[in-house]
Write a protein that binds this ligand. Structure first.
Ligand SMILES: NC(=O)c1ccc[n+]([C@@H]2O[C@H](COP(=O)([O-])OP(=O)(O)OC[C@H]3O[C@@H](n4cnc5c(N)ncnc54)[C@H](O)[C@@H]3O)[C@@H](O)[C@H]2O)c1
Length: 355
């Protein structure tokens, strides 16, 4: 494991996106979104995906580097955008900024996006709204891609459909719930397979319903991801309901592809997102809200005797502080990938390699 400064990663990813044809401002925005995941410890959704998802799809044209973010409709606090196949990492940031601007005007802003691509860590976009004293809600489906079957079994019908809600704090880190609606995202199963680790019971099941702990069985198509709750007897229908809710809001409402209405075996094209910003000041005196938040956070920390893991967002804040100080730990295979990407894009990876 080699530690690389977060700033070095962001500027490397920016240069790679520019080399792939993105305008520099857009590239910098996308790199910030991508490397947020590395800063906060969502390692399966950060720079590790630079080649496998983003560079590959930018090269094949599956992601359009120069896409225009087109407004399909706008009325009151609502906007519907067509991302025209643009890079989800940039599209998501722009769309959340639009939701925040609408919230400043109307109290609430809601922006639905169709025809987008993979947006990485959903928490980045929800968290972005908190910088503007708003509550942020962000969600994304996986376009036409079907990854997990319903708790009733059968063929896969939905993606891992992530959902994030962020609420700003004062002296305490913000609440940032950022999660796949399946027990784990597919990326974490693949990472466990690459590391030769087994998964806990409750993440995967074979088609006969028996638990599977070998992540390679998932890669071979012999096991499926389970929804939050794992089993119908322990609430898997609630996780599935959340995943379907994300498909209905981010996919159906925006006019993007949805899992259930797509053919099996399609990739994650025509991804849909849904962003909501809530301007706290339009509901409650902001100082009272923030001090109320801190009171809740304090009680949670006291009750659990933990500072860093008392509520969602706490672990990310602790990891961020540590990685800003010591750098982001990257395994050898990620460093090799960055070197390969740098070479193929004509971007010097010296800063990454010499870290
Ligand atoms: N773009 C996509 O298609 C896609 C699909 C699925 C997931 N994702 C992303 O993958 C990333 C990882 O998702 P995940 O479900 O593995 O997240 P996770 O299980 O690591 O964390 C989920 C939530 O639980 C909280 N949490 C975790 N451990 C905690 C603890 N000990 N105490 C208190 N809170 C704790 C975290 O703060 C987070 O809000 C997310 O950024 C998600 O948005 C993206």
């Amino acid at each position: 494991v080699i530690r690389v400064s977060h700033g070095t990663l962001v500027s490397f990813a920016t240069d790679v996106f520019v080399a792939c044809g993105l305008p520099r401002r857009r590239a910098a925005c996308a790199a910030e979104a991508l490397c947020y995941a590395d800063a906060v410890g969502m390692d399966t959704h950060g720079i590790a995906n630079l080649e496998s998802i983003y560079v590959t799809q930018l090269r094949t044209g599956a992601i359009a580097a120069d896409a225009q973010l087109h407004t399909v409709g706008a009325e009151g606090c609502v906007a519907v955008l067509d991302a025209c196949g643009g890079l989800g990492l940039w599209v998501g940031a722009e769309a959340m900024d639009r939701a925040v601007a609408l919230a400043k005007q109307h109290g609430v802003g809601a922006v639905a996006v169709r025809n987008s691509t993979h947006l990485g860590a959903t928490g980045f976009y929800a968290r972005r709204a908190t910088n503007e004293h708003c509550i942020g809600i962000a969600m994304s489906n996986c376009g036409a891609q079907r990854i997990a079957p319903s708790p009733a079994g059968g063929a896969p019908v939905l993606g891992t459909n992530p959902l994030a809600i962020a609420v700003p704090g004062g002296d305490f880190p913000p609440f940032v719930l950022d999660m796949s609606t399946t027990v784990m995202p597919a990326g974490r199963v693949r990472a466990a397979a690459a590391a030769g680790e087994r998964l806990p019971v409750g993440v995967l099941a074979r088609s006969d319903g028996e638990p599977e702990t070998d992540p390679r069985a998932y890669e071979r198509g012999e096991a499926s991801l389970l929804w939050l709750g794992s089993d119908p007897r322990t609430g898997a229908h609630k996780g599935f309901g959340l995943g379907l809710a994300v498909d209905l809001l981010a996919g159906l409402l925006s006019g993007a592809a949805t899992g259930p209405a797509s053919e099996p075996g399609l990739p994650d094209r025509d991804v849909g997102h849904f962003f909501v910003a809530v301007e706290i000041a339009k509901f409650r005196e902001p100082d009272a809200f923030i001090s109320g938040f801190d009171e809740i956070a304090f009680s949670l920390c006291e009750a659990s005797c933990q500072e860093g893991a008392a509520y969602p967002g706490g672990p990310e804040a602790a990891t961020r502080a540590e990685r800003e100080r010591d750098g982001v730990p990257l395994p050898a295979h990620v460093i090799e990938m960055l070197d390969r990407v740098g070479l193929s894009c004509g971007v010097a990876a010296d800063g990454v390699m010499s870290a």
